[in-house]
Design a protein around this ligand. Structure first.
Ligand code: CA
Ligand code: CA
Ligand code: CA
Length: 136
């Protein structure tokens, strides 16, 4: 039974999309508000996300448009990108984290704010960095 399922999946058509050297992180979200999911890929050598280890697509400013946050493992920071609701992401600053953030999560931890908070897992310093954003 298991072999049949594996063969069935492998025979389905696939689509390959070039994304550049060394894709390091991938996230899905509806960036242009057309109700269809979009994919965002960060490459390990990309600028300004050098050494990127993770990406999440929260709405960190509460305007209803998804934004992006990237963990910059090699520079111990995370970079934020503000989404405009049409699929564009504009740089919106960087924040220091602990050493070597390699994972990211987003959730509204202070639930009365209505905006996503970011949590970075810092593999080098073995701690978490939590960013809280005021609603703008
Ligand atoms: Ca979309
Ligand atoms: Ca937003
Ligand atoms: Ca919040």
């Amino acid at each position: 039974m298991k072999k049949f399922q594996e063969r069935e999946i492998s025979n389905r058509p696939t689509t390959e999309i070039p994304v550049g050297d060394t894709p390091a992180a991938l996230a899905l979200g509806d960036l242009n508000n057309d109700a269809a999911p979009d994919a965002v890929v960060v490459t390990a050598a990309g600028v300004p996300a050098k050494g990127a280890g993770a990406i999440v697509l929260p709405d960190f400013n509460g305007d209803g448009n998804l934004d992006a946050a990237v963990a910059n493992t090699s520079s111990s920071s995370m970079s934020l990108f503000r989404g405009d609701g049409t699929g564009n992401l504009a740089a919106a600053g960087s924040y220091l984290t602990g050493r070597g953030p390699s994972t990211l999560a987003a959730s509204d931890l202070d639930t009365n704010s209505g905006t996503a908070n970011l949590i970075a897992g810092d593999s080098g310093s073995q701690d978490l960095t939590i960013l809280l954003f005021p609603k703008r």
